[in-house]
Design a protein around this ligand. Structure first.
Ligand SMILES: Nc1ncnc2c1ncn2[C@@H]1O[C@H](COP(=O)(O)OP(=O)(O)OP(=O)(O)O)[C@@H](O)[C@H]1O
Ligand SMILES: Cc1ncc(COP(=O)(O)O)c(N)n1
Length: 277
């Protein structure tokens, strides 16, 4: 039977990030996508022009409806916006028996708009992190959650260790923001001492809107399809690398990535991404 995945995230009217990126990615990877919308954003490649969070009741009703009728093999969270929403989402996940969960701790959009309020950071740490199968912070998000500066591979490892000590089962610290590095390197770690570096050539492009959402959605899809975590993180890195490499040139700002590039590239992708344990 086809795997079912759920995304609990915000809507990006520009289609490159948020719920839209997640559902496109689920579809490309052959899993059935369901969604619980947390907020509506008026957004395009130039920036976020407005944010309207949904009431916690509406968010919970969507989650309950999906969980009551589908066997959700894996879920992910994206934009959660407030402490109140985080509390409701955590309660909804617990009521569903805490499914396999990918947490993309979305905080700030590329143009600087806050997609998570300051007051919600403690709730993210206390209520969502402990139920994460895997958490996928970028460098600034890992710095905030782990409470340290990250300037090197060793710092990425230390931040990963701290996030696991705080209750996440595993973590991918994404190195996309280490712009001085020649390669885009991400570090996967789990609580049993497994450590995998995922590395790919850094593409020179401004079209990186939604890279974090797309990476975490691909990871969720591979998990929903039954892949073990260690293989799923490699698959997600290949998916996002193909999507960034084969840009679409849409919009006047930070354009979206190409969600169907992975499919189109097929076997040509082998070797583009290095996976080192
Ligand atoms: N220029 C690039 N070339 C190749 N890979 C990249 C590039 N930028 C980001 N990546 C990869 O994309 C994935 C997402 O990483 P990133 O650190 O950009 O996440 P993010 O900050 O959450 O996304 P966003 O910047 O869209 O908010 C990671 O696998 C990262 O290594
Ligand atoms: C609704 C919504 N959710 C998330 C992001 C962050 O996107 P990313 O970090 O992948 O660029 C975004 N810009 N909009």
């Amino acid at each position: 039977m086809m795997g079912v995945a759920l995304t609990i995230a915000g809507s990006d009217s520009g289609g490159g990030a948020g719920i839209q990126a997640d559902l496109k990615t689920f579809q490309e990877l052959g899993v059935f996508g369901t969604s619980a919308l947390t907020a509506v954003t008026a957004q395009n490649t130039l920036g976020v022009h407005g944010v309207w969070p949904l009431g916690p009741e509406a968010i919970r009703a969507q989650m309950d409806a999906v969980f009551a009728d589908f066997d959700v093999a894996a879920a992910k969270t994206g934009m959660l916006f407030s402490g109140e929403i985080i509390g409701e989402v955590a309660a909804g996940l617990a009521a569903a028996g805490n499914p396999v969960l990918v947490v993309d701790p979305v905080m700030i959009a590329k143009g600087g708009a806050h997609l998570l309020r300051e007051e919600a950071i403690a709730a993210m740490r206390d209520k969502i992190l402990p139920v994460a199968t895997v958490i996928t912070p970028n460098i600034p998000e890992a710095e905030v959650l782990a409470g340290m500066a990250i300037r090197s591979a060793q710092d990425m490892e230390e931040a990963g260790r701290r996030l696991i000590a705080m209750g996440a089962q595993s973590v991918v610290v994404k190195g996309g923001h280490m712009e001085e590095e020649k390669r885009a390197c991400d570090l996967f770690m789990d609580g049993r001492g497994e450590r995998i570096w995922l590395s790919a050539e850094r593409i020179r492009t401004k079209d990186t809107h939604g890279t974090g959402c797309t990476f975490s959605a691909a990871l969720t899809a591979f998990l929903a399809a039954g892949e073990p975590l260690e293989k799923a993180v490699g698959g997600a890195k290949r998916f996002i690398h193909a999507a960034i490499s084969d840009g679409l040139g849409l919009g006047g700002g930070h354009g979206p990535t190409n969600h169907w590039a992975y499919h189109r590239a097929g076997n040509a992708l082998k070797g583009e991404v290095l996976i080192d344990s």
